[in-house]
Each structure stands twice: as C-alpha cells, then as structure tokens.
Design a protein around this ligand. Structure first.
Ligand SMILES: *Cc1c(COP(=O)(O)O)cnc(C)c1O
Length: 462
C-alpha cells in the first residue's frame, strides 16, 4: 500500500482567518482596481499571493530572536549568520541586505557597466530591473521548453548553452557582466535546472573568465527536484546537492524570504574578497553597516537558524513541495490547464488557455486572479503581460508566452484542507470561465507596474 506522508511539524500557535461574503469581495476588488496586490489582507481568506516572507517560523527561530545581538557593529548574530551561510551554501564572504532586491542592486552596481549584457534563464522582475538600471541589457538564454507551459521537460530552468554561446560570440566575453543563473525559475513556474546543466554552464564560463552569479533564492527547492529527477542523485541529501549547486558559481543573491524560512532578510554572498570589498562600500551607503546590512540582530538570528533548518533533514522540503504538488494534481484531475510539471513553490494556472476568448492585451491572467478572489477570497497573482512590463527602448508591451496566475503556497502555513478549498474555487471559476471579461489600465506606473497598477473592466458593447 502507498503510505501517506504528513508535515514534519505540529502546530503550536494559530492565527484566525475569516471568510467574507461575495458582496464584500466584489466591492473590495473594485476598490483594489482589480489588482490583487492592492487588496487588504483582512479581505483575503487564503492568501496565495506570494510565498515571500509569508513563512511560519519555527519555535527555534522565535527563540533565537530573543538572543539577537543589536550591537551596531560586530554583532554576534552577524557572525552566526556568516557561519550558517558558509556551512550551507559554501560562500566565504557575506553581504547582508534587507531582502533579495537589496542584494541584486549591489551586485548589479558593482559588476555591470553601461552597454554590458547579462544572459540569464528567463528573468525575474526585480533582478532584471536592477540590471537595466545599471545600464545593462538582459538576454534570455533559457531553453525553449521553459516558454511552453505544456512541455513536460523535467528541467525547464536549464540554460541553453547554444544561446549562451551565441551571446558571448556576439558581444565578446568582456561585455558579458556575468551570467545570471536562477535556481527553480520563478516566472517559468518554479522549474529547476539540472546539476549537469549548472555544471556545464560554470565550466563554459570559467574557461572564458565569465562570472556565474546564482539567484539562489529557491536553490533548496531546486536541489530537491534534482534529488527526485536526476539520475545519480536519488541517494544524496538535499544539503549535499545544494552544496554542489553552489560550488558551480562565483556567488549568489538570495532573498531569504523564500527557502530561508524568515519573514524578511536577504544577502549577497561571493567568493572573491575584492568583489566583497566593492559590495561593502555600497552596502554602507544603501543598506547599513557591513555587519547588519538591512537587518536587525534578531532578524539575523532567525535567518541563521532558518538556513540550517531548511536542510537539517529532507523532510521539510519534501513536505513543502509535496503540498504544492497535491494542489496541482487536484486541478489537473479536473482538467484545469496548469504549467507542467508542477513547480516547487506554486501552481501556475495557464490563463491564456483558460480564458481563450480574451486577447493578451485584455490581461487574461489579471482578470482570472480577480475572478478567483471574488469567488472565494483566495488571492493569487498575475504573472503575464502586466508583470512583463514595457520594453525600455521601444515602449511597447513585452508579450511573454506565459500568461499565468500564480497560486503560491507559503511555507508551513496552510493545511491540506486549505488546499482543497482553493482547488474547489479554481474549478468553479474554470467551469464558468466564459463569463469572465477583460480588463484595461486606469493607472499604469512607469516601473514594476504590476505592483500598483489599477484596472477596470473593458466596457462591453450593448
Ligand atoms: C523574491 C525573489 C527575488 C527578490 O527578492 P525580494 O526579497 O522580494 O526583494 C529575486 N529572485 C527570486 C527568484 C525571487 O523569488
């Protein structure tokens, strides 16, 4: 008999949530300009907007916060964090920041000169923003399968080495600021890269003097996928796979609000002391002194414990990814089009296929996210044409192949029953999909527009 597994924890403290009425939610989504980012959390029942900073910390992490050292300089908590990052990720030099984008800002400023190119696997919103802000041009070199939501490729996060080589040939190795290699690619649907690919990219780059900088924000989930899918790794621990991943890199940016199991924090970590020196020079201007960056001592304590906890045994990540797969498989069973294989941190609804009657300029994913909220109070997020923004040179909308609604599962927060409620709502909305109309902008911010944009339903002809 196939035996069930369960979460490797029990609940010690609870936070009440409340169900709202449909009328209340209809008013709330209008108030929010049909943008789930602008909803108040009190109006949300099950919050799958993001898994960023929404983690439930453990009793050990809460206990660690009490012994945080709040000294301005040289805090004990900082050295604990340095040790944890070194033990788990293998990097010597730690630059602590307030969250992932703080690290991306500093990395981009020290490595990118105007006119440089930064090849990367798909893109992440804040990562690309900082690369472009530093005068660089991001070039997508992910394998084609990543842009196909129906492809069952087990490693859709892989870099296409031919595409990478073409960029290096066109611009020359000296114009390539670094290769930006994201683990478990967020916007592709939480899709991993294989160890073989990570190693091949590193070998190719180090022969040409090109740095490889990981976005290791979701490297633990990537390591787990390698254990499950790549031959030769089935008996390796997630911790040892993670160490091998990072060994094929020159440094990493990490948003600690994801894998690292804390509500705020992040870091840049590198091997080269000279690079670290340059990073610290900016750190003190933009984040804080080099021994706390953007974090309080107690934040660094909780983070150091979170980093150890995420790989102490494999049970944590297995149950984390297992819960995501549980939700995804329920939706697949009822015929809802989702990105496959199910990714590490969320289920990505294929809004382009669900709302076939809408043009991409009518923002199908934005409209679908709003419809699910109105149905049940479940909050997801648009990851499609709105998130992709406009091309800085032409001013035209970028038109990504992927037009998705992301239902992101916070770590250690919701139970299987919550997942059942989410599945039932999505299935209900899917069955009534013809009734969902398109949206148009009423306010479009210049930068990272998805966060604060406002929309209204497109007027229907009578
Ligand atoms: C969340 C995230 C970031 C940005 O980190 P913040 O902590 O939100 O600033 C960067 N890359 C990836 C892959 C992420 O998921």
């Amino acid at each position: 008999m196939n035996r069930s597994w369960a979460e490797p924890w029990k609940i010690k403290m609870v936070e009440p949530i409340s169900v709202t009425t449909r009328e209340h939610r209809e008013a709330a989504i209008v108030e929010a300009g049909y943008n789930t980012f602008l909803l108040k959390s009190d109006d949300v029942y099950i919050d799958l907007l993001t898994d960023s900073g929404t983690t439930a910390m453990s009793d050990r992490q809460w206990a660690a916060m009490m012994i945080g050292d709040e000294s301005y300089a040289g805090a004990r908590s900082f050295y604990k964090l340095v040790e944890a990052v070194h033990d788990v990720y293998g990097y010597e030099e730690l630059i602590p920041t307030h969250q992932g984008r703080g690290a991306e800002h500093i990395l981009s400023q020290i490595l990118i000169s105007p006119g440089d190119v930064i090849p990367g696997n798909m893109y992440f919103t804040t990562t690309r923003y900082h690369q472009e802000r530093a005068g660089g041009t991001f070039v997508d070199v992910i394998i084609d399968e990543a842009h196909d939501p129906t492809s069952m490729h087990p490693f859709k996060g892989n870099i296409d080495l031919d595409k990478l080589a073409a960029v290096v040939e066109e611009f020359g190795a000296e114009r390539v600021a670094y290769v930006s290699f994201e683990t478990n690619v967020n916007l592709a649907g939480g899709q991993p890269a294989s160890m073989a690919n990570i190693k091949a990219v590193y070998d190719y780059c180090s022969q040409r003097g090109i740095l490889v900088m990981l976005d290791a924000t979701r490297a633990v989930e990537n390591a787990y996928m390698i254990q499950q899918r790549e031959a030769g790794y089935e008996d390796s621990s997630v911790a040892s796979i993670l160490s091998e991943i990072t060994s094929y890199s020159d440094g990493a940016t990490v948003s600690s609000k994801k894998d690292n199991l804390v509500n705020i924090g992040g870091f840049l970590a590198v091997r080269d002391p000279e690079l670290a020196r340059k990073a610290r020079a900016l750190l003190v201007a933009f984040e804080g002194l080099h021994t706390y960056g953007g974090m309080a001592g107690r934040d660094m304590e909780a983070l150091a414990e979170g980093i150890r906890e995420m790989v102490r045994t494999d049970d944590h990540v297995r149950s984390r990814v297992g819960q995501v797969e549980y939700l995804g498989n329920r939706l697949i069973k009822f015929g809802v089009p989702v990105v496959t294989p199910i990714g590490g941190h969320g289920v990505f609804l294929d809004a382009a296929r669900i709302l076939e009657h809408l043009d991409q300029d009518e923002f199908p994913a934005q409209a679908l996210a709003a419809a699910i909220y109105v149905d049940s109070g479940v909050r997801g997020m648009e990851r499609g044409i709105v998130s992709a923004g406009r091309d800085p040179l032409t001013g035209e909308n970028r038109r990504p192949n992927l037009e998705l609604v992301r239902l992101t599962i916070p770590r250690r927060v919701y139970t299987q029953s919550h997942m059942d409620v989410v599945a039932e709502s999505v299935i209900e909305v899917f069955n009534n999909r013809e009734s969902i109309g398109g949206l148009t902008f009423t306010y479009e911010p210049e930068d990272l527009r998805f966060f604060q944009a406002r929309f209204a339903p497109i007027a229907q002809d009578a």
